[in-house]
Design a protein around this ligand. Sequence first.
Ligand SMILES: [Zn+2]
Length: 109
Amino acid sequence: MHELAIAESVVEAVLGRTGERLVTVVRLQIGTLSGVVPDALTFCFDLAVAGTPLEGATLEIQECPGRVHCRSCGREVESEDQLLLCSCGSADVDVVAGRELQLTSVEVR
Ligand SMILES: [Zn+2]
């Protein structure tokens, strides 16, 4: 499962910085074009933290909208799904934003 691997790497990244301190909140920023399903990630996070100092921590996910730049007409449009297609009909687009998957902050007890 894609989200489980992501959840495990998030837990590892946090543990690498907080060590044995108890973590209460983990905040992530996820782009809507990253392909990550927030609900699935939350579910997997709860599995991945079992038995670690992150056990019981709340995962807060902030979703960022996707934006693409069309190379055919030059417009920049919002895109909420993975089917990257400009309203002019061109699929020759560059993703400007929306593929983020980053840890923004954690709170320790
Ligand atoms: Zn276009």
